[in-house]
Design a protein around this ligand. Structure first.
Ligand SMILES: [Zn+2]
Length: 504
């Protein structure tokens, strides 16, 4: 199933929301922003310590890990409301699997990690509070293999484990005390929209900011050096790190506008040469991309990109490769046929895919979409029921099964499946949206409202979530268990509102 992605352009909302926090009222608040070449790469040659640097200890100036996680929670909700996040279960599963693989090789991991994919062709990735890492779809087009994609993720993971944002915020507090919210907004703005940050920065850059900028240059180098070790320990090719940096550098010298990623991750020559030296000192690794990487890349290029030329080129390249590559190419062609509404043609390709690999979630997913389009949802549900029983708890299969059941009118089957799923995955939006849909179809109004409330809360609209739950509890018999549950949930949302007030 392809997730509905709303179009970019909504960024402005988040920018305005943050600016009103006073983030840009003072020029000093943009100092966390970094883009200039490192004037003195005084960190070159120093051994890399993978332990955390000392954080300040004065009361109120240190951001605790718990605060960081809460801020992360707040920002993820804001991001859901304002950016075109792709909640595609297959891509989310793939990126989080790859990400956790890298995180398991990182040191000083203090927060859980979550990886998000944003529909944006600009080459960019960034990390923010609470272990949240955002990747743009543009990265898939730019990375030639899985090691390169992993190198970007390892770099971002290292920003988090080294608590660079928290440290920048702490410095911010020392230099010009602000409310946490103000400093937070400034840093977010810099990470969320480099262009806006750039404009503000270039017009207001003062001498006092230079120190901060080179400090964040040091952060970049640290994220590289720790990132490359994480990459190597996870079994990827360490050469991928300098190769991808070189690619970024080439893009910036030949393009009229440098890649967005260079604005959030400045790339002086010293970073490149440092990474080359370090990679050369590591044992050579030959690692082919996994089939999942190729399937993810072909899915991103075919489903989430308006221009199909890059997808076509990639499919052609894959077609000339080994068995796995050919399988990925066939998958891409099947998606393209489905999108062109050539369902019978897609069906032929999908049958071949499924006979090669019957339990493959990527193939089962497109098979479901295609069957639903051909009004054969019942057939899809049968196939998924078997696959789901064999794997257990694969979110992709559960969501697809629920979808096929809803489409074929089997509401009574989809309902408990989604109730269990949302209980296990409360932060995953698709589950709530589908539970809302099936509850409406069944005529269970209070359940529909409650699922809708969860969906709104994930997008940061806690006020509406509370209203919906109030409405839902009003329908129910006084004192019923269900009513108690909704009222307790309202209290939880109010607590969140109070906590989030600090960040606005
Ligand atoms: Zn960076």
């Amino acid at each position: 199933m392809k997730t509905k992605v709303f179009k970019p352009g909504a960024y402005a909302t988040i920018l305005c929301a943050l600016c009103t926090g006073g983030a840009f009222a003072s020029t000093s608040t943009v100092s966390s922003f970094h883009y200039q070449d490192d004037p003195a790469s005084h960190f070159a040659g120093q051994p890399v310590l993978e332990t955390l640097p000392e954080m300040g200890t004065s009361a109120g100036s240190t951001l605790s890990v718990a605060q960081e996680i809460k801020m992360g929670d707040y920002y993820v909700r804001q991001m859901r409301a304002a950016t075109p996040i792709i909640d595609d279960p297959l891509l989310v599963e793939y990126l989080n699997h790859l990400g956790q693989n890298l995180v398991s090789q990182a040191k000083s991991v203090r927060t859980p990690f979550h990886f998000y994919l944003v529909n944006n062709n600009e080459l960019n990735a960034y990390a923010f509070f609470g272990g949240n890492v955002v990747l743009h779809t543009g990265l898939f087009a730019a990375t030639e293999d899985e090691s390169q994609l992993a190198s970007v993720m390892a770099h971002e993971i290292s920003h988090v484990t080294q608590r660079h944002l928290a440290r920048a915020m702490e410095d911010q507090q020392k230099n010009s005390p602000l409310t946490w919210g103000g400093a937070f907004g400034a840093i977010l703005l810099a990470t969320a929209s480099p262009q806006a940050g750039m404009a503000a920065l270039t017009s207001t850059l003062a001498g006092s900011q230079q120190g901060m900028i080179s400090f964040t240059q040091a952060n970049e180098q640290e994220a590289d050096r720790i990132g490359i070790q994480v990459l190597q320990r996870a079994g990827f090719n360490p050469q991928a790190m300098p190769l991808f940096l070189q690619k970024l550098a080439d893009k910036s010298s030949f393009a009229s506008k440098p890649p967005e990623m260079l604005l959030t991750h400045p790339l002086p020559e010293s970073r490149l040469s440092d990474m080359r030296n370090r990679a050369n000192q590591m044992p050579a690794v030959v690692r082919a991309s996994s089939l999942d990487f190729m399937l993810a890349k072909v899915r991103v290029l075919t489903m989430y990109s308006e221009d199909q030329t890059v997808a076509d080129e990639y499919i052609n390249t894959l077609n000339a490769g080994q068995a796995d590559e050919v399988l990925a190419a066939r998958y891409g062609s099947a998606i393209q046929s489905y999108q062109a509404k050539k369902y019978d043609q897609a069906d032929v390709a999908i049958r071949k895919l499924l006979s090669a690999s019957p339990g493959n979630a990527w193939f089962l997913d497109i098979a479901t979409d295609n069957d639903i389009a051909r009004k054969k949802a019942g057939q899809a549900a049968q196939r998924l029921e078997k696959a789901n029983a064999a794997t257990k708890n694969n979110p992709v299969l559960i969501l697809n099964l629920a979808n096929a059941e809803i489409e074929s009118g089997m509401y009574a089957k989809a309902d408990p499946l989604l109730a269990a799923y949302t209980f296990a995955h409360p932060s995953e939006p698709n589950g709530w949206e589908m539970l809302r849909k099936v509850s409406a179809l069944e005529g269970y109004r209070s359940k529909e409202l409650a699922a809708w409330a969860e969906s709104r809360a994930l997008k940061g609209d806690l006020e509406q979530a509370i209203e919906l739950l109030t409405q839902a509890s009003g329908i129910l018999p006084k004192g019923s268990l269900e009513q108690q549950k909704y009222l307790a949930r309202i209290d939880q949302f109010r607590d969140l509102q109070r906590a989030f007030k600090n960040y606005k």
